[in-house]
Design a protein around this ligand. Structure first.
Ligand code: GLN
Ligand code: ZN
Length: 781
């Protein structure tokens, strides 16, 4: 183990391709318009382009670049690497009992017989991973094919890549018990067996001459790891120490870098430091280690791992305050290498090409490539001292000072309005749920009302027309005419299918957050700032850089959703839901300014939404949905920080929605499946109806619904993530399960969210089955 760790590194790089080549190649392959050879060559090209780019930027040392490319998801990569395949996917295994790339896609996307693995948020980010399903009989078997293919591509390009794999503890702590697991089985109980495969992996990498391996252990910065392991803090730290002592004891192996992005290792910090690993990465951005690092890495202990300091924020897009980073470096003790705090998979590739961003703004930003440059700048101080980067430090300081003074960053009227509103309790309160339920009887909804979550398929035609409008090929009037026709056809379709509460379909929205960003002051959008959400799905977060209100004259600005919703409502006798994105989600799915507390920004957004809600109500809209699918994403990973977060996040939703009449029904939609963790805040949102994503986890989450919950609930009964059309029987089963879990008279029937990603054929067929199943349920009273 003589190869030193590189002085500058990143924890991972975007894999979607600078122009989303990965997405395009995968989707062409899945559609059958490209074969396996086409796919392999397109993806090899993406990987080579990334390597070339990173080397040009200056990541030239051996092992400075991690093998962070993935065909879908890094957790699924580990499933394939260790053949941790649930028995329900046994037929996806190849003849040798291993998972091919095609089999890997089966687990990711589902097959005709089997729904895909469950998709869940990755820590407090907007990335989603696939949840491994394990049981006591899962037969782990090392299969290096996927990993080695990636390493081979780098070899060809002459780059010594650092193999990167999800660590054993994180893998097991994020896994769930398979359906056929014994009662009480916990994935972590398979640790000893899994470690044998990691030992074989170490041997296989050593055999190929790799001197370093990166094992990602972000689960160790969360309190969820305690629940998943059933251990207390000290017990978990002991497990961490013994796990890595065991891996360190492997005779022929690469040196081990363990990474801990997204938070504070707590008691796992000393445990890892003493375990015999060669390098330890800490996230110096999300965690405040203070003197704890110096105490451990003060140079006196030669057997301690090298400290890889995650000093450059890997997940926001703001230019680093290098002066502050230098100060942090100073206090950290002996630093061996500078790194990003997290993988750069959470930020877009590069600022190059974003020339339309308003003057100044571009100069305040750093995307992945610019962050690599910042890492290299800071690493320079390890070799030549702080003075060697004084020009770069000065430039960053000047840019940040300009940002502080720039127009729109601090708008006194907006600040005053937020201060006045948040000072009164009444701004957050509505009448009791019972009073509202009585007032809402006048909506005349049937039992088990059916609805959808808002969007309808974003067809190629819609995208084509939007592109034509953007390019100036059609006028605004022509585009709006097209959108009205689209809305009319979506309304007609829903009437034909027989849904009860209709939506306008969101055809005018490119994206549920960007659309709001485009109609609010204080935001900007990028042209190519894509980040991976899951698999081939990418999002383009907007940049929230200033104080927020609706665009247009005055503090309240102008209504922008009302014309579309009113038009839709004019076409039908049924209720059409007003459709808004909530304040927390707008924050969570944007890149948010880091110069004022998030709570303040959330309240600004909430008041802008309250203005829109008031206008919808005035236009006669009686049901208004405020989506908060991301409520849980920002939930702090440590329990001690959660109360403060829930206070402002739930508070901002209430600030947005509490000024309506009792007879106006407020809906919300949340997209996650760990209901128990956040039930109290769902209750706190004080919405009349909450729809949640549930089909993929087969409504298991309802088991955690407290009997005191007296609002309406719509657990999704069609998993929209795959093109499969669920049968009436299948939906009926889920409805029956939902009826067990939800109080009588409070159940809504709806699919999961995400209709915009589906085609019309499966949308119509599935919704028809959903309505048929609902009618059966109604008559089976
Ligand atoms: N109304 C949005 C839609 O249906 C909600 C999306 C979401 O929650 N992710 O697309
Ligand atoms: Zn959702």
């Amino acid at each position: 183990m003589t190869t030193p760790f590189p002085t500058a590194t990143i924890l991972g790089y975007p894999r979607i391709g600078a122009h989303r080549e990965t997405k395009k190649a995968l989707e062409a392959f899945w559609k059958g318009s490209a074969n396996r050879e086409d796919l392999d060559s397109a993806l090899a090209q993406v990987q080579k382009a990334n390597l070339t780019r990173l080397q040009e930027l200056g990541l030239k040392e051996d092992y400075a670049i991690p093998a962070s490319f993935s065909h879908y998801d890094q957790v699924l990569d580990a499933v394939r690497l260790f053949t941790a395949v649930p028995s329900r996917f046994a037929s996806s295994l190849g003849a040798e009992g291993l998972l091919s790339l095609e089999g890997y896609f089966d687990l990711a996307r589902g097959t005709a017989e089997q729904p895909a693995l469950e998709l869940t948020k990755w820590f407090d980010t907007n990335y989603h991973y696939l949840v491994p399903e394990l049981s006591e009989t899962t037969e782990f078997r090392l299969n290096t094919a996927g990993l080695f293919a990636q390493l081979d591509i780098a070899d060809e390009a002459g780059v010594k890549l650092r193999p990167q794999v999800v660590g054993p503890l994180t893998f097991l702590l994020l896994a769930k018990a398979a359906d056929d697991a014994a009662e009480g089985f916990t994935p972590i109980s398979r640790l000893a067996d899994l470690l044998e495969e990691y030992e074989s992996l170490l041997a296989a990498l050593a055999e190929r001459g790799f001197a370093w391996l990166q094992l990602d252990e972000p689960a160790l910065v969360t309190d969820a790891a305690l629940a998943a392991s059933g251990l207390d803090e000290a017990g978990l730290a002991e497990l961490v120490a013994s796990t890595y002592r065991r891996l360190s004891a492997v005779e022929k192996r690469p040196a081990l870098l363990v990474t801990s992005p997204y938070g504070d290792l707590g008691a796992n910090l000393p445990a890892l430091a003493e375990s015999g690993i060669e390098a330890l990465h800490v996230d110096a951005v999300s965690a405040h280690y203070g003197s704890r690092l110096a105490e451990i890495f003060d140079g006196a202990h030669e057997s301690r791992p090298a400290l890889v300091l995650g000093a450059v924020n890997g997940r926001n897009i703001w230019r680093a305050d290098l002066a502050a980073a230098l100060k942090a470096l100073d206090g950290a003790g002996q630093v061996a290498a500078i790194a990003t705090s997290t993988s750069l998979q959470h930020v877009p590739h590069t600022l190059t090409g974003e020339d339309h961003l308003h003057e100044g703004l571009r100069n305040w930003l750093a995307f992945a490539d610019e962050k690599v440059a910042e890492v290299l700048t800071l690493a320079e101080t390890l070799r030549n001292g702080a003075a060697s980067i004084s020009a770069e430090v000065e430039a960053a300081t000047v840019a940040l000072a300009e940002r502080e003074r720039a127009r729109g960053v601090h708008v006194p009227e907006i600040r005053d309005r937020v201060a006045a509103a948040t000072a009164q309790d009444a701004a957050f309160e509505r009448a009791s749920a019972q009073v509202r339920q009585a007032a809402q009887k006048s909506l005349n909804l049937p039992e088990l009302p059916t609805t959808t979550i808002g969007s309808f398929p974003q067809t190629p035609e819609i995208r084509k027309q939007r592109a034509a409008y953007r390019a100036g090929a059609i006028s605004q009037a022509e585009f709006e005419e097209f959108l009205r026709a689209e809305i009319a056809s979506v309304i007609r379709l829903q009437e034909e299918i027989g849904l009860d509460v209709l939506v306008h379909g969101e055809a005018e929205r490119n994206d549920m957050v960007q659309y709001f960003a485009e109609n609010f002051d204080g935001f900007d959008t990028t042209v190519n700032g894509w980040v991976q959400s899951y698999g081939s799905r990418c999002t383009r977060p907007s940049i929230l850089w200033g104080d927020v209100k609706r665009s247009g004259e005055g503090l309240a600005g102008e209504a922008f959703t009302v014309p579309w919703i009113s038009y839709a409502a004019s076409l039908t006798e049924k209720h059409v839901k007003g459709m808004l994105t909530g304040p927390v989600t707008i924050l969570a799915w944007s890149f948010v300014r880091d110069d004022i507390p998030r709570a303040d920004t959330a309240y600004q957004v909430a008041l802008a939404l309250a203005d829109e809600i008031a206008d919808l109500e005035a236009a006669g809209i009686r049901i208004i949905q405020v989506d908060e699918p991301a409520l849980r994403e920002l939930l702090p990973l440590r329990a001690a920080d959660q109360a403060a977060y829930l206070d402002w996040s739930v508070g901002s939703f209430r600030l947005a929605t509490s000024q309506v009449a009792d007879s106006t029904q407020i809906h919300t939609h949340l997209c996650y499946s760990e209901f128990n963790e956040i039930f109290a805040s769902i209750d706190g949102l004080n919405a009349d109806v909450t729809s949640i994503e549930a089909a993929r986890s087969r409504l298991e989450l309802l088991a955690d619904l407290p009997s005191s919950f007296d609002r309406d609930l719509g657990p999704g009964v069609w998993d929209i993530h795959s093109p499969r059309v669920p049968s009436v029987d299948e939906i009926s089963e889920l409805i029956a399960a939902a009826r067990e879990g939800v109080r009588q008279g409070h159940l809504w029937i709806n699919p999961d969210c995400g209709l915009k990603t589906r085609g019309y054929a499966e949308t119509r067929a599935s919704l028809e089955n959903l309505v048929a199943a609902t009618e059966l349920a109604r008559s089976a009273q």
